[in-house]
Design a protein around this ligand. Sequence first.
Ligand code: XLS
Ligand code: NI
Ligand code: NI
Length: 437
Amino acid sequence: MNELFNIPVINYEGPESKNPLAFKYYDKDRVIGGKTMAEHLRFSMCYWHTLCADGTDMFGIGTIDKSFGGADPLEIYKQKVYAGFEMMHKLGIEYFCFHDRDIAPEGESLSDFQKNLDIIVPIIKEQMEKYGIKLLWGTANCFSRARYMHGAATSPYADAFAYAAAQVKKAIDITIELGGTGYVFWGGREGYETLLNTKMGFEIDNYARLLKMAVAYARSKGFTGDFFIEPKPKEPTKHQYDFDAATVLGFLHKYDLLRDFKLNIEANHATLAGHTFEHELRICRDNGILGSVDANQGDNHLGWDTDQFPTNVYDTTYAMYEIVKAGGFTNGGLNFDAKTRRGSNTIEDIFLAHIAGMDAFALGLINAYKLIEDGRIEEFVENRYASYNSGIGLDIVNGTATLESLSDYALSLSDDVKPESGRQEYLESVVNSVIFS
Ligand code: XLS
Ligand code: NI
Ligand code: NI
C-alpha cells in the first residue's frame, strides 16, 4: 500500500531544531522518574477530529477533505483507517480512540451500520497489528442523530434508550475485539434544556441503569479494562448531568459504580465548568479515580469547547504534576481530543498540531519532575498543614477531638489565631524559576 502523505516519520531533534516536522522536547525513549516519556504520556490520536472533522461550523462548510481519496462511503471509511494509521505511525503515537460512528458509515439502518462496522473493524485490527498500535478506548456516538435530540439514556422516550443500548453493546464488542483498555461514556445529550419538560431525577436514574447494563455486559464478555465517564458542564445541552469531576464522583457513589468507573478528564471541559484542568485532575487524584485524559485546551475568550491542541506549557506542567502525583496512567493515556482550526486546513497542519501537543506535554512532564525534585512547593504545602501533625491538630485528624474538647482548647488560647501568609506570589515565582532554569 502506497503512503497517503508525503510527510516523513517524525523524529526527536532537540530544542535547537528549527525543523517543523521534528520533536523538540518529546524524546520517547528518554527516561524520567524510572519510565520513558512514551510510557508516562501514552499519547492517543482521536479518530473523530483527526479523520472525520472537516471544518464545518455554523457559518460555513468544510475546509478540508477527509475522504483520503475514497469515493463511496465504505471506501472513504477504509481510507480513513489507512490515513489514521499512517499518521499515528509517523508521529509515534501508540494509541487511538474512536466513536462507533467515526469508523464506519451509518447506512440506512442500525443493522446496516453494524454490517459496515463488521467490514471496517478487521481492517483496523490488521493495521493495529502491522504498526503495533493499540486501542486506548472506544465509545458510542449517541448524540448526533435526531433520535437523540432529547438525550439517549436520559431521553424521555424508551425507544431512544434501547437504540443507545444497541449502539453501546456493539461498541463494547468492538472495544473488546480490538483489545481496548477503556470504554468511555461522555454524556453527549444527557442533560436538559428546561425543567419545565424534564424529570431530572428519573433521567439520571436511567443514565445509571444504562451504565450498569454496560458493565454487566462487558464483564460477561471478559472486558477487564476501565469504564470512564467524561465530565462536561454544558454543550450541547444547557445543563449536562456529568457537570464536573465532583458531580460525577457523587453520581458514581450514589449508584454504586465506583468499582468499575474512573474519570476521563478533558481540559476544555474543566475550563467550561469554571475550573482549571489541574483542579479536575486533583479531584481525581484525591479520590483515586484518575482514568484518562482528553488532552486539549480552550480559549480564554470563548465560552465553548474549542478543542484546540494543547500548547500552554503552564497547563501541561500543572496537569502532569497531578498525573504523576496520582501515580500515572494505568489503562488511560493522553488522548488528543483536539482539532486544527478551521483555517489550518492541510494534512501537514494536523501533523504540526500533534507535534505541538506532544512537545507541550513532554515539557509538562519534564517540568513536573523538576518541580517534584526541587521540592520547595511540596515542602511549603507540608509545612502549611504541620499543625495537624501533633497536639490538637492530630486529635482532630485521628478522631479523638470533640466539639467540647476543642471548645475548651480554644478558650484556653491566650492569643487570637494568627494564620501565616499563603505566599501565592512567591510560589508562582518558584514555579517560574524551576521551569525556566
Ligand atoms: C465532546 C467530548 C467527546 C468525547 C467522546 O465534547 O469531548 O469528544 O471525548 O465522546
Ligand atoms: Ni472529549
Ligand atoms: Ni470536548
